[in-house]
Design a protein around this ligand. Structure first.
Ligand code: 4AD
Ligand code: MG
Length: 480
């Protein structure tokens, strides 16, 4: 008999129909006469209840049906007496596809810590929490493509291996084919990259932006959605060494239009998940509330997860300049009382996540876009403002997250860009291709980068970025 997915049965299964389902056992309980098996195939959060009359099956077969075992069940759908489910299956045939001996299988029907589940990331997909997270991750990713497609953007696949460091932070993983025990050197004793695979020094990309700009200056509106890599030694709950970034780039758009796009885009994707992932979100909402309720009162979130998402859809994000942000921060209580780890002394300071979260969570109680940052603390490609001190940069800050988007209007004036590159010690000859777009038919243009996992954190209410990507890469860990 052909297998039916559990999501279809729970949505539209008709009492009396004979069906076959396959999945993994979540729990088995019962009495002397009947066994109740909760069977889940990951197509949705809920499991279907299988009722097996103990007399009809070999005792040994029933014994081998334990949490984690995979089975195939055929039988008739009956109206369920249990709460929260319309139908259950009365088993006529049971086949064990794969056992999961209880004394060896690490996932048991009890609460496991997130740390423990990270160690067994190959099995954590089989928990309610992680299956919900990864179904939402799919939906969120789909909504990204849908948003851009509906708005006339073209998806560009930018390279993963590159010779450039877009952000200029030098946090790159090297890509080489050299025998590491015998690296060729030139006459001066330096590494001779001419003998390497690409005949030049290469690394994993930190951003697809520079290449996206080239495409935008021909196709008008493009976006990238790919893996990016940063060898920064940040062991925080918001940093990964490998993460996925979405980078739209728009010709003829200025910074204000860039901010509008960021707000529309974030809202579209969040709304998509609210509308299309109700069951999983409700589950994560309950989880969120349970975790919050165990915190001390003054640390508790004042709204539930779903409320937080709906809230972002309501009002425009607050927009303030960097200078305004510094004024607020310099005079705020935690700064005056030296509660911040980094005290804000004055204009020019780089904002840390504690400052960003203060502005969003305490001062404005709303997502905030900060723009016009000091040129010194931002990347070389950002457009110089007329004050010659600031650049047309923007960061979007979210509650509980801090920076979720970073972007800017790009420097489109060849002479200004060249000077900027000289100031940043970026050799012109390596960036000829980039400068060419300013040499030939240059136009004002803007774009930004969204860290996909940071948005996932916000949408799922998970607290550690390692728990919203299947196999996290962080300092000291590249397992799986
Ligand atoms: O602010 P960033 O470094 O900006 C860029 O890379 C630009 N080239 C983007 C552009 O204008 N096209 O990174 C963009 C976003 C951050 O706001 C953050 O959400 C995320 O990427 N991000 C990280 N996410 C997880 N782990 C890390 N180590 C991250 N570093 C940045
Ligand atoms: Mg940034």
């Amino acid at each position: 008999m052909k297998r039916v997915e559990i999501i279809k049965l729970l949505e539209a299964g008709e009492v009396g129909a004979t069906v076959c389902v396959k999945g993994w056992v979540r729990t088995k309980r019962g009495s002397k006469n009947v066994a109740f098996i909760a069977l889940n195939d990951g197509t949705c959060l809920n499991s279907i209840q299988v009722v097996a009359d103990v007399d009809q099956f070999a005792e040994d077969d029933l014994r081998r049906i334990t949490t984690g075992a995979s089975i195939s069940v055929s039988g008739e759908l009956a109206a369920s007496k249990g709460a929260g489910q319309k139908v259950e299956i009365v088993a006529e045939q049971l086949e064990i596809l794969g056992e999961a001996p209880a004394d060896e299988y690490p996932l048991q029907p009890k609460k496991h810590s997130m740390e423990f589940l990270r160690d067994i990331a190959h099995l954590r997909f089989r928990t309610n929490t992680f299956s919900a997270v990864f179904r939402i991750r799919h939906a969120l990713s789909f909504s990204v493509h849908e948003f851009f497609n509906k708005n006339g953007f073209y998806h560009i696949h930018t390279p993963i291996i590159t010779g450039s460091d877009a952000e200029g932070a030098g946090e790159m993983f090297k890509v080489t084919n050299f025998d590491l025990n015998n690296i060729p050197r030139n006459e001066e004793g330096a590494i001779d990259f001419r003998q390497d695979f690409f005949e030049s020094e290469t690394n994993l990309t930190v951003s697809g932006q520079l290449e996206a700009e080239l495409a935008a200056l021909a196709l008008s509106k493009v976006y990238t959605f790919g893996p990016t890599f940063r060898a920064e030694n940040s062991n925080t709950s918001r940093h990964l060494a490998e993460f996925w970034m979405i980078e739209p780039e728009v010709a003829f758009a200025d910074l204000a239009e860039n901010m509008d796009l960021a707000q529309d885009f974030l809202r579209y994707t969040i709304n998509y998940v609210l509308e299309n992932c109700k069951e999983d979100l409700n589950f994560l909402n309950r989880r969120f509330e349970e975790i919050e309720s165990k915190k001390p009162k003054n640390e508790r979130s004042d709204s539930g997860l779903i409320e937080k998402l709906e809230y972002v859809l309501r009002d425009d994000f607050k927009r303030i300049t960097y200078s305004e942000a510094i004024d607020i921060l310099r005079n705020c209580k935690p700064n005056k009382k030296k509660k911040f780890n980094y005290i804000i002394e004055g204009w020019g300071a780089d904002l840390q996540s504690e400052h960003e979260r203060y502005l969003v969570e305490k001062h404005f109680k709303s997502p905030v876009i900060i723009y016009d940052y000091p040129a010194d603390i931002k990347a070389f490609y950002m457009r110089q403002n007329d004050d010659n001190q600031t650049v047309a940069a923007m960061d979007v800050l979210f509650p509980g997250i801090g920076e979720i988007i970073g972007g800017s209007q790009r420097e489109e004036r060849l002479d200004v860009l060249k000077k900027k590159m000289a100031d940043f010690n970026i050799p012109e000859d390596e960036m000829q291709w980039y400068l060419d777009t300013r040499r030939f038919g240059t136009v004002p243009h803007s774009g930004f980068g969204l860290g996909f996992e940071r948005l996932m954190l916000f949408v799922t209410g998970m607290t550690n970025i390692r728990d919203v990507i299947a196999f996290p890469r962080t300092p000291g860990n590249a397992k799986f």
